[in-house]
Design a protein around this ligand. Structure first.
Ligand SMILES: Cc1cc2nc3c(=O)[nH]c(=O)nc-3n(C[C@H](O)[C@H](O)[C@H](O)COP(=O)(O)O)c2cc1C
Length: 387
């Protein structure tokens, strides 16, 4: 009797569980009379999910859908958001947290940044704003954070060439260039030379898309996969690439401890633990779950290589949970794309909000410095009621 009651309570909770990309925190009550096709005042937005709300009502549905969609039934995209709430904090009270704001800075591949989060590479900036990726370059400069620009023109997925984007940098601004390669060494060498000449500070090779993607929601609008060919991207090819450039080649899209170990063996300077925002292989675990696997099976990797991670990060606490697992820097994708509907100002605002939430959450966790965060600040026994 008791067991069946528990089962029915649990299934009721699951049935009622909302898709958390736009949690109900009262935005409809306050801004719901904003006419469709126009934007509320930037000052009225209070957190990263608000940008999705604003962009959904403002953009043509096809443009919004390209940003929002995930692969297949979008289970990984949902899990990326929910996973953070399966693990609750173990805060320490009675500490002096007043120095926290001065401890946000970090280095990524030896470059200095104002915070341990960055703008993940996302295609089709022009879906959100006529100035597309230029706003992300400028917004990243204003916030002192890293922008990893996605592959650029002649790809149809960008409105700018690498030369145009890198020319928009502020003096001294560091930008990394994401690449998809077609594994033709002559053509790929040419692409890499071009990125070197344009001024990329590092290359980020995406390795999770060797077979394209299966995006039902986007396919309805003809805005499907970014890469639909089968590509023979192998470790041998990575070794070849390393010989043709002195730029670091980071590997983005690691989703298993096996691949993380191989990346160390092949001398990668950093890896991005990422399931591509749940946009490629539905059923891929979230970054947090992959990191737990690394902690469990090969914790030495955390000291051997820089680990970055992204997927579903919407709050300061989400960044902190990934930092607690030893990540050096955390990527944010969709919120910056949605914020770009406001232009550079929107991009800047996301960075300000995230810095402010980081300080609040780290302070309430009892950290005197952000550098103190470690895995003991989270209870890693999953709590299935919240997420
Ligand atoms: C609209 C969109 C386009 C993307 N395009 C690329 C891309 O061209 N290359 C790539 O490596 N990742 C791409 N990604 C994945 C992001 O780099 C990142 O892994 C993901 O967005 C993180 O999840 P989040 O959006 O929940 O923050 C894209 C993501 C989105 C939302």
């Amino acid at each position: 009797m008791r067991a069946s009651l528990l089962v029915s309570l649990a299934s009721g909770a699951l049935a009622a569980r909302p898709f958390l990309s736009e949690p109900d925190t009262g935005i409809d009550a306050v801004l719901g009379d904003t006419p469709e096709g126009s934007l509320p005042d930037l000052d009225d937005l209070v957190g990263l999910p608000d940008f999705e709300w604003a962009a959904r009502r403002y953009l043509p549905l096809a443009n919004y859908t390209y940003y929002q969609n995930g692969a297949a039934g979008e289970w990984s995209a949902r899990n990326n958001l929910e996973v953070f709430y399966r693990y609750l904090w173990r805060a320490r009270q009675m500490t002096d947290v007043t120095g926290l704001p001065d401890t946000l800075q970090t280095t990524i591949l030896g470059h200095n940044f104002s915070a341990p989060f960055f703008i993940s590479p996302c295609a089709r900036g022009a879906n959100g704003h006529v100035d597309g990726e230029l706003n992300l370059v400028r917004g990243a400069a204003a916030g002192g954070i890293l922008y990893i620009t996605h592959r650029v023109k002649p790809s149809a997925y960008s409105s700018y060439t690498a030369e145009e984007l890198f020319a928009a940098r502020e003096e001294g601004q560091v930008i990394f260039q994401q690449l998809y390669l077609n594994t033709n060494i002559t053509e790929d060498t040419e692409t890499i030379r071009r990125m070197e000449n344009a001024g990329a500070d590092a290359l980020v090779l995406t390795i999770d898309s060797s077979a394209g993607s299966n995006r039902h929601r986007a396919a309805r609008f003809g805005a499907g996969s970014a890469n639909t060919q089968l590509t023979p991207l192998t470790w041998d090819y990575y070794d070849q690439l390393k010989n043709i450039t002195s730029l670091p080649i980071v590997l983005k899209g690691v989703t298993s401890v096996e691949t993380a170990k191989k990346a160390v063996e092949h001398g990668a300077p950093a890896i991005v633990i990422s399931n591509h925002g749940g946009r490629n292989l539905d059923g891929s675990p979230s970054a947090l779950e992959i990191l737990l696997e690394i902690h469990d099976q090969a914790p030495e990797i955390l000291d051997q290589i820089e680990i970055w991670a992204d997927g579903g990060v919407r709050y300061g606490g989400d960044v902190l949970k990934l930092l607690a697992l030893g990540v050096r820097a955390v990527g944010i994708g969709r919120p910056y794309m949605f914020a770009n509907v406001y232009g550079t100002e929107g991009v800047e605002r996301v960075t300000e909000m995230m810095k402010s939430e980081l300080i609040i959450d780290a302070g309430n966790l009892g950290l005197e410095s952000l550098k103190e965060i470690n895995s003991s600040y989270v209870n890693w026994t999953p709590n299935h009621w919240l997420g």
